[in-house]
Design a protein around this ligand. Structure first.
Ligand code: ADP
Ligand code: MG
Length: 682
């Protein structure tokens, strides 16, 4: 069989397996297992050893054991509810098999008298006799029973026996795929082939052997495949020729001279990278990465300004209305004569209509908004640049769609404050060029981080009183009680009621349900220092910038991961004043929790924090990547397999430099590309 046909088996529907009907396949689908391939990555957690048989006299009560015996007598009582019993023996003793709720015919069929049979099950002792109740594993062919039975985390409704049979069937029919790796790569993994590696993966002897060659080989497959997909997308985007944007940097410099700060070196460097892309005849697809507070907004806005001056429209998209509004407000402050509008999903429909018309007639230079600015109905006359802020939850697919949407002349700039290790950046944003702002503006003082138990809230109130007296402002963050219920603001509302009694007329409340007009007026009043305390849910987590706020109090802080706490803490410490972050807890902290918080107190470097966070929680859990549906590796781990990521990076770079065709890896990519973005290469 050629590779084409063989891999189709792996991608085929589960219903092609014996013993898998609609019911079982639906149960598996609920667990996101759609194809035979998907099942391969659910690894056994442990196993039940049924491989060694015991004589009856040596049986251990309460344990699962395997015996080979001779059934010699049936006892089928006439009274309902009493079990059917089969007496069995070997040369050392006797044991009863007990069957509740069973038919005589069935018992006779599975345990014919005077025929040696192997049985495995939990042994108990009752009225001076060994017994096994409702044994599930019995066969005249001992080899069917006597091996180590894997235990997988089972899907509800599918028994261990059925599941194991499915897996065994797949492993038996595993196709022999033609090797895609070069001998040099193969030698790094002891030349273990793909199918061999899969077999080893499901061998109970290998449970937990993350460091073995077969495991690494499979991890490498995934990493390489993902990098190849990215490389392919990058190449395709680079091929798109666009109209150059002609810049006159005098405009930009005028704006710069009016700012009340100087750009940092990194801001200049990244701005130049972006400008060069915009002026080139290749479509830009770039990520601007920088920790919270590193000053990405101004860089992006300057790029937008240049683009407008070159005769194009710009769309700035933010994840929340609040952030979109803030960018809009910033832009209005620094660009006096641009035509700018904000479009919110909650804008009046008449307003929406006007904006729509103006966009299509090129009467708006920059439009701000959430994803609503990319609805189908909205047509830009001459869109030249899309800027997307804080969208780390965008997958490759969504990015690609967005970039296609703008048309060939439209460049794409993504901004992210998600400080993730390089390996993960390569994985998630590998399809993009990268600009990084490392240094923060040097007017910053480090935020002081404290922990406080909730019962000592009076001390926190004292602290807040003093801060307010000094003219400072405070964020008070209350997490959603139930993360899955985004409308559950009860804790924020309660805290608001509590605080406004202590600080009359000084407290504002903001949450996901606050009406849009009210939101704006609250934020404006907070910005102009009319309110001193802003109680909110985590909606302030991303992006918002209030330089005068220098205290953030985070309740129930153990509900958050370190990276999220770092993001929240990043809301303060933006001005010149000393800032503080108070993490509040309901009860005393466990040692583990203390250790984690130590990291947060020790450093304000987001990269360091996320790396530590990942070591503790696994990379999939941080920052909501898991929920986002972004493809996460099945086996590879950006921390543990750091070396493999480097090898893959080098390999792909070499392939790009030497123009090596990726078709050789077609099957690999087809198998692993869950994002379905490579349809057209094969
Ligand atoms: P982020 O990178 O998190 O999006 P922002 O762009 O919101 O950060 O910038 C944070 C704050 O720092 C803003 O108030 C901004 O005006 C200010 N800022 C940006 N660049 C500089 C700089 N070079 N020097 C001083 N302040 C700056
Ligand atoms: Mg920002």
């Amino acid at each position: 069989m050629d590779n084409n046909n063989t891999y189709n088996f792996l991608l085929s529907d589960l219903k092609n397996l014996k013993g898998v009907g609609i019911k079982t396949s639906n149960l598996l689908k609920k667990k996101k297992i759609f194809s035979i391939f998907d099942l391969l990555w659910k690894l056994p957690r442990t196993f039940t050893d049924r491989s060694i048989s015991t004589k009856i006299k040596d049986l251990k009560i309460g344990e699962i054991q395997t015996i080979t015996v001779l059934p010699y007598k049936y006892n089928f009582p006439r009274i309902k509810n009493l079990p059917n019993i089969v007496n069995c023996r070997d040369e050392t003793g006797q044991i009863n098999c007990i069957f509740f709720n069973s038919f005589e015919g069935y018992v006779k069929k599975i345990l014919p008298l005077e025929k040696e049979i192997t049985i495995s099950g939990k042994v108990s002792f009752f009225r001076n006799k060994y017994q096994i109740t409702n044994p599930k594993y019995l066969s005249e062919d001992a080899s069917i029973i006597k091996y180590k039975h894997n235990k997988y985390s089972l899907t509800e409704g599918i028994s261990e026996k059925v599941y194991n049979n499915i897996i065994k069937q797949i492993l038996k029919n595993l196709p022999n795929l033609k090797e895609w790796h070069d001998p040099k790569i193969m030698s790094k993994f002891d030349n273990v082939s793909w199918n061999n590696a899969i077999l080893k993966l499901h061998d109970p002897e290998n449970i937990g052997k993350y460091n073995s060659n077969f495991y690494k080989r499979l991890a490498y497959d995934e990493i390489l495949s993902s990098f190849l997909v990215h490389s392919d997308i990058r190449k395709k985007i680079k091929k798109i020729k666009k109209k150059r944007k002609i810049f006159n940097l005098r405009y930009q410099n005028k704006i710069l001279s009016n700012l009340d700060f100087n750009l940092t070196k990194d801001q200049y460097k990244t701005l130049n990278e972006i400008n060069n892309d915009l002026m080139s005849n290749q479509k830009m697809f770039r990520l601007l990465q920088g920790d919270v507070g590193s000053g990405k907004t101004i860089v992006a806005l300057l790029a937008a300004y240049n683009t407008v001056k070159a005769g194009f429209q710009v769309a700035v998209m933010a994840p929340t209305d609040i952030l979109a509004r803030q960018h809009y407000a910033t832009a209005k402050k620094i660009f006096a004569n641009l035509k700018m509008k904000i479009l919110s999903s909650k804008s009046e429909s008449s307003e929406k209509r006007i904006i729509k018309n103006q966009l299509s007639e090129n009467k708006i230079d920059i439009i701000f908004g959430t994803h609503s600015i990319f609805q189908k109905k909205i047509i830009f006359k001459n869109l030249g640049l899309i800027i997307i802020d804080e969208q780390h939850k965008f997958g490759v697919n969504q990015r690609k769609k967005l970039s296609d949407k703008g048309g060939n002349n439209c460049d794409v700039l993504l901004m992210s404050a998600t400080p993730i290790p390089r390996t993960l950046t390569m994985t998630i944003y590998g399809d993009m060029d990268l600009s990084i702002i490392k240094q923060k503006p040097n007017n910053r003082k480090e935020v002081k981080t404290y922990t406080k138990i909730e019962s000592k809230i009076s001390e926190v109130i004292q602290f807040v009183k003093k801060e307010i007296k000094d003219g400072n402002q405070i964020f008070w963050v209350c997490p959603l009680i139930d993360e899955s219920n985004k409308l559950d603001h009860s804790s924020a509302i309660k805290k608001y009621d509590f605080l406004k009694k202590i600080f009359p007329n000084k407290v504002a409340l903001l949450h996901g349900k606050t009406e849009i007009d009210k939101k704006e007026s609250i934020l404006n009043k907070f910005l102009s220092n009319k309110y001193k305390i802003l109680v909110s849910t985590t909606i302030i987590e991303v992006g918002i910038d209030f330089p005068n706020a220098n205290v953030i109090i985070i309740e129930n802080a153990n509900k958050f991961g370190l990276s999220q706490l770092h993001q929240l803490r990043g809301r303060v410490g933006r001005g010149k004043k000393q800032s503080s972050c108070i993490l509040m807890f309901k009860s005393t902290l466990t040692d583990n929790a203390k250790k984690r918080l130590q990291i947060l107190k020790k450093t304000t470097d987001g990269f360091e924090i996320s790396e530590e966070d990942m070591k503790i929680r696994g990379f999939g859990d941080i920052l909501g990547f898991k929920q986002s549906g972004i493809k996460i590796f099945k086996l590879a781990d950006p921390i543990l397999n750091n070396d493999l990521f480097e090898i893959a990076e080098n390999q792909v770079r070499n392939m790009e430099i030497n123009n090596i065709d990726i078709k050789k890896y077609k099957v690999l990519m087809k198998l692993y590309d869950q994002a379905d973005v490579i349809n057209d290469i094969v």
